[in-house]
Design a protein around this ligand. Structure first.
Ligand SMILES: C[S@@+](CC[C@H](N)C(=O)[O-])C[C@H]1O[C@@H](n2cnc3c(N)ncnc32)[C@H](O)[C@@H]1O
Length: 209
């Protein structure tokens, strides 16, 4: 069994493979779903951060468009190899000097620093994710928003797929199946909006402070 750090250091070495895995992981709806999640940051300019940013797959979605392009973005991840591949794949990008290596549970920022924070497929791989949610929330300004995109097992008619697919996904991602991120988010945060995709296996929630 590999640790989360070892798993993402591996993906950091093979970012194209990571992108390919995402293509299947999102059941070929990656572009559509990532665009949906990113739209919450394009409504107005601000100071934003993506945590658990990985190799930077969300950059084109988050930073395109009038407001996206003129906002200030920070990108944070704990894996140095992920950040390395971020830099390699975004050569000459202004975002390369906004990269931070840190643990999401101990963010190196003052309280109420950001107008918004985005965490995509991050919390479900973090064992102390409850602490991380508190930390993210603390760094958001009043009126700001936290957008979380994450996964959960299939439910309803599609739940028969779980025993086949979950062991593979757990091995590939370090997904912590014992943590019910979805339930904890709903309990801890004032959710303004929720959208479910892929038969409920992927969700986007927007909490406003
Ligand atoms: C599944 S990837 C998500 C990458 C990207 N956000 C996406 O949507 O494809 C999870 C990322 O979380 C990072 N990560 C895991 N634990 C972390 C922690 N405690 N603090 C910061 N980043 C962490 C990993 O290094 C990895 O890059």
């Amino acid at each position: 069994m590999f640790s989360v750090k070892e798993i993402y250091d591996f993906w950091g070495r093979f970012p194209l493979l990571y992108r390919l895995a995402c293509f299947f992981f999102f059941l070929m709806h990656q572009h559509f779903i990532r665009t949906r999640a990113a739209r919450f940051f394009r409504e107005q300019r601000g100071r934003y951060m993506e945590v658990c940013c990985g190799p930077g797959v969300n950059i084109p979605y988050l930073t395109s468009g009038k407001n996206g392009g003129s906002s200030t973005w920070f990108f944070l991840d704990q894996s140095e190899l992920m950040l390395k591949s971020f830099r390699r794949h975004n050569k000459n990008s202004i975002y390369n000097n906004k990269l931070i290596r840190a643990d999401i549970s101990h963010l190196p920022f003052l309280a109420e620093t950001f107008d918004g924070i985005f965490c995509s497929l991050g919390l479900s791989v973090i064992s102390n994710f409850e602490l991380a949610i508190g930390e993210l929330w603390d760094k958001i300004k009043p009126g700001g928003r936290l957008v979380i995109m994450d996964v959960k097992p299939f439910s309803g008619r599609l739940s028969f797929i779980n025993p086949i697919i979950l062991p593979i996904i757990v091995a590939m991602t370090g997904w912590n199946l014992t943590c019910n991120v979805d339930e904890v988010i709903s309990r801890l945060l004032p959710i303004r909006l929720r959208e479910d995709y892929l038969g409920g296996a992927l969700y986007i929630v927007v909490a406003e402070k």
